[in-house]
Design a protein around this ligand. Structure first.
Ligand SMILES: Nc1nc2c(c(=O)[nH]1)N[C@H]1C(S)=C(S)[C@@H](COP(=O)(O)O)O[C@H]1N2
Ligand SMILES: [Mo]
Length: 369
C-alpha cells in the first residue's frame, strides 16, 4: 500500500505537467506538488549574473495557464490598481513609456539553507541547500515613478501585490509601502530580455534586498492597504518568531555568505587551494568583508572581494590558501558597513518552517597528496 505521502507525490508528479523546458538539467527538482528547482554551487559560481536557465524556480501552486515556459509573453494585458482613491486599470503597454531602470538583485528564497538547521525532523519544507539564490538583472519601472503624484489613501501603510496563481485564493503578499516606494520595481525584463513566463512574465513585483517570497510573479493587482493582507502566503507562511513572542513576516534578508567552491566533501590536491563564494544582504549597507576560518573559528583571514556590482547585487569573493593533506572544514562570515555580521550558531534563527537561515557557512572538504 502506498503511504499518504507517496500517494500525494504520485498524484503531484502526474499533475506536474507541463514542466518548464529549457532549464539547466543539473538543477535539482524538489519533491513538492508545485515546481521547485534549485541551483547547485557549480551552476552558480561560474557567473556574476546568473543566466536564466540556472536561476532557481519556486512556485507555491500550479503555473497559471500558459506560464510553464521560459518564453516571454511580452508586455500586454492589464494591471488592476487601487491606491485607496478608486480603482483603475493600467494597460501594460503604457509601462513601456515610463522611465525604466535595471537593477542587479540577489534574489533568495526564504527557505534557502533550510537543511543546515539542526533538528531537521522538526523542520518543515523543502530541504534547500545553498542554491535557492540567484543574482539577476531585473529591468522595469520603479514603483515610485508609477505612484508618484497620484491620489492615494494617506493612511495606507502597505503595498499588497496579487498574483494570478493560487487554488482557493490567489498568491498575495504585502510589503511596507515606504520600502516599496524606495526600492520596488515593476519588472518586465530579466537579464536584458523580456521576463520569461515561468519567472512571472509579463510583470512581477521585485523588492530588492527582500526575500524572494514578496517578488510576486504574474502580477494581476496592486493595492495600497492599511493592514497586511490576510492571505495564506502572508499570514500562515513566510513568518517567523520576532523574538518578542510574536511572529513577523520574512521581509528583508539578513546578511549571509555561501561557499560555492570547493564543493561539500570534495577532495583537492595539496598546495594552493581556492575557496570562493558570494555574500549579500538587504542592500541597506555595503558588504565590506568576508572572513574565512579553517580552524573552526579560532583564526579568521579576509577573503578578497570582487568589485561592488550594486547595492542589491551579491558580492563575490575568493581566497587562496596553501593547505597540506588533511580533513578540513572552512567557514565563511560576511560583514557589512553597518557592522552587521553572521551568527556562528547555526540555530540562531531556528524556526519550525526553517526560514532565514543566515549563520556562518560551514563546508567540509579534504586535501590529498
Ligand atoms: N505569484 C507568485 N509569485 C511568487 C511565488 C508564487 O508561488 N506565486 N513564489 C515566491 C517565492 S517563495 C519565491 S522564492 C520567488 C521565486 O521566484 P522565481 O521562481 O522567479 O525564482 O517567487 C515568489 N513569487
Ligand atoms: Mo521562496
Amino acid at each position: 500500500m502506498m503511504t499518504v505521502k507517496a500517494q500525494r507525490s504520485a498524484r503531484h508528479f502526474a499533475s506536474r505537467c507541463p514542466q518548464v523546458q529549457g532549464k539547466h538539467p543539473a538543477l535539482h527538482l524538489h519533491d513538492d506538488p508545485a515546481e521547485i528547482l534549485e541551483a547547485t554551487p557549480e551552476l552558480l559560481r561560474e557567473y556574476a549574473v546568473t543566466p536564466v536557465d540556472r536561476v532557481f524556480l519556486r512556485n507555491s501552486h500550479d503555473y497559471p495557464a500558459g506560464c510553464a515556459t521560459l518564453d516571454a509573453p511580452g508586455l500586454r494585458g492589464k494591471l488592476e490598481l487601487d491606491l485607496g482613491a478608486g480603482p483603475w486599470a493600467l494597460d501594460l503597454t503604457g509601462l513601456a513609456t515610463l522611465p525604466r531602470v535595471q537593477l542587479e538583485v540577489a534574489m533568495q528564497c526564504a527557505g534557502n539553507g533550510r537543511r543546515f538547521f539542526s533538528r531537521q525532523d522538526q523542520v518543515q519544507g523543502s530541504r534547500w541547500d545553498r542554491g535557492g539564490v540567484a543574482n539577476v538583472r531585473f529591468g522595469g519601472v520603479p514603483l515610485r515613478a508609477l505612484l508618484e503624484g497620484r491620489a492615494r489613501d494617506p493612511q495606507a501603510r502597505f503595498l499588497t501585490a496579487t498574483g494570478r496563481d493560487g487554488d482557493a485564493q490567489a498568491y498575495e503578499k504585502s510589503v511596507p509601502l515606504e520600502d516599496a516606494l524606495q526600492r520596488g520595481l515593476l519588472a518586465f525584463e530579466m537579464n536584458g530580455v523580456p521576463l520569461p513566463a515561468a519567472h512571472g512574465g509579463p510583470l512581477r513585483l521585485v523588492m530588492p534586498g527582500f526575500f524572494g517570497t514578496v517578488n510576486v510573479k504574474w502580477l494581476r493587482r496592486l493595492t495600497l492597504t492599511r493592514q497586511e493582507t490576510g492571505s495564506e502566503a502572508q499570514q500562515r507562511r513566510y513568518r517567523m518568531p520576532d523574538g518578542r513572542g510574536g511572529l513577523r513576516p520574512c521581509w528583508k534578508q539578513p546578511i549571509k555568505s555561501v561557499i560555492f567552491a570547493p564543493l561539500e566533501g570534495e577532495a583537492l590536491r595539496a598546495g594552493p587551494v581556492t575557496v570562493s563564494g558570494a555574500a549579500w544582504n538587504d542592500g541597506d549597507a555595503e558588504i565590506t568583508r568576508v572572513d574565512l576560518s579553517f580552524d573552526r573559528g579560532a583564526h579568521w583571514q579576509p577573503a578578497q572581494l570582487e568589485p561592488l556590482r550594486g547595492r542589491y547585487a551579491w558580492r563575490r569573493w575568493t581566497c587562496t590558501v596553501a593547505l597540506e593533506a588533511g580533513r578540513y572544514e572552512v567557514w565563511s562570515r560576511a560583514s557589512d558597513a553597518l557592522g552587521r555580521t553572521q551568527p556562528l550558531d547555526p540555530d540562531h534563527n531556528w524556526n519550525r518552517d526553517g526560514y532565514e537561515f543566515c549563520a556562518v557557512d560551514r563546508l567540509p572538504f579534504r586535501v590529498v597528496n
